[in-house]
Design a protein around this ligand. Structure first.
Ligand SMILES: Cc1cc2nc3c(=O)[nH]c(=O)nc-3n(C[C@H](O)[C@H](O)[C@H](O)COP(=O)(O)OP(=O)(O)OC[C@H]3O[C@@H](n4cnc5c(N)ncnc54)[C@H](O)[C@@H]3O)c2cc1C
Length: 384
């Protein structure tokens, strides 16, 4: 079996992020004077970063008390940052330079790739197969994370524009100005709105639109499958596992599941095993919590590694993405139909624009790099 899956060995080329900010200016016939961005995750922060460079006034309304969304990172579980959502860089690290282009600070973000002869094991429930990892394009941040990258290079020029604990409930685009209302009955007006909230929130109609969204958009929202997701990190006194442990057939299109050495390439002596499951394979794990979940995962590892997991277990943390009230999912499934992906990305009436992992268009979706690319596309669309 080959160690390949779309999210894990992302072979996509760098997306079209090479046009400088000046190319946006060149196109700017319709420069809006004020823009509201809903959400301060990767897409919302990236959109703000571009608008700041274009000298366009903007406000980011963020439902939670923090920025980052699915970039959430724990700094107190291990002696290096542990990524509870986005962890790998799926494309060439040059993407970081391109995301932050126009900034004043030179980019210095250490990342590490996997070695050809790193070990992976496959477990089909009965037999263990050991293989070399081979060619893996994904890279890990060293002593940092996606969140740290945004904090260092993107956040400084947008942080003053973020309003936290501001839950957008409806968007009225029936008039010349777009009106955005929040749960606490505040109203914000803008020329344009960029919506970056998780698609799952639109599926649950947590945000209402007036007039109703076009039929093609409603159909796509309904049809799209947002994968459920969970990550678990476990600390052990001994390292009994290789770089990757695949407990099921990862070619299964219903989702993905993987144990991995989360401390790979880090300057640490701690043994931190990560667990990642999205889609259907995540369901048994999402149905458990607390010590029941811990015991379930330990018994699975003990089965594979002859009891070594329980013998050296120290502690664990869980990130259940279904339980995050302003995300409620992992990301748009890897195998979504291109028609759906395309329809999700389209703006409405030159007033409401969509940016974020699920609205990234048919080139690619589901990752941080695609969320940032979609932010650029949304800004370009509103300037054209
Ligand atoms: C388990 C997991 C593993 C992943 N692994 C990787 C990986 O290794 N590499 C990678 O590139 N990507 C990975 N991803 C995907 C990546 O995290 C996302 O693509 C990206 O972070 C999404 O950014 P976003 O801005 O589109 O959405 P979000 O991060 O969800 O940001 C949206 C923001 O909007 C806010 N919001 C929501 N509703 C409202 C509202 N009503 N009013 C105001 N604000 C609102 C939210 O609080 C949030 O802050 C992973 C995701 C998960 C869940």
């Amino acid at each position: 079996m080959k160690l390949t899956r779309r999210d894990f060995v992302r072979v996509s080329a760098l997306l079209g992020l090479s046009g400088g900010i000046s190319s946006l200016f060149a196109k700017s016939k319709n420069k809006p004077s004020h823009v509201i961005i809903v959400g301060a995750g990767a897409a919302g922060l990236s959109a703000g970063y571009l608008l700041a460079q274009l000298g366009i006034d903007f406000k980011i309304l963020e439902a939670s008390s923090v920025y980052g969304g699915r970039l959430k990172t724990s700094t107190d579980f291990a002696d290096f940052p542990v990524s509870l959502g986005a962890e790998w860089l799926h494309v060439n690290p040059n993407i970081l330079v391109q995301i932050a282009q126009g900034g004043k600070t030179a980019i210095n973000v250490p990342t590490i790739g996997y070695k050809h002869d790193d070990k992976a094991v496959y477990w089909d429930g009965e037999e263990l197969e050991e293989v070399m990892v081979g060619k893996v394009k994904d890279r890990k941040f060293v002593g940092g994370s996606w969140l740290n990258f945004f904090e260092d290079y993107i956040l400084p020029s947008v942080k003053e524009h973020i309003s936290y604990n501001t839950i957008v409930e409806s968007i009225d685009y029936s008039k010349k100005k777009v009106s955005v209302s929040t749960r606490s009955k505040q109203n914000y007006e803008a020329d344009k709105v960029i919506l970056t909230a998780s698609l799952r929130l639109l599926q649950d109609q947590d945000i209402g639109f007036f007039p109703q969204l076009p039929e093609s958009k409603l159909v796509a929202i309904k049809k799209a499958t947002m994968w459920k997701g969970i990550k678990i990190f476990m600390k052990f006194s001994k390292k009994f596992y290789p770089t990757f442990v695949v407990p099921e057939d990862i070619e299964d299109r219903s989702g993905q599941i993987l144990f991995y050495d989360a401390a790979y390439g880090q300057d640490t002596s701690e043994n931190i095993l990560g667990f990642f499951a999205v889609g259907k394979p995540a369901e048994p794990y999402l149905s458990l919590s607390g010590n029941n979940l811990r015991d379930f995962v330990l018994s699975q590892l003990d089965h594979i590694f002859g009891g070594a997991a329980s013998r050296s277990f120290i502690k664990f943390i869980v990130q259940n993405w279904q339980a995050e009230p302003f995300v409620k999912a992992a990301y748009l499934q890897d195998y979504e139909s291109l028609d759906v992906v395309e329809a999700l990305s389209l703006p409405i009436n030159k007033k409401v624009y969509f940016a974020g992992e699920a609205y990234a268009g048919r080139e690619d979706w589901g990752g941080v790099h695609t969320a940032t690319q979609s932010a650029r596309t949304a800004v370009e669309q509103m300037m054209s």
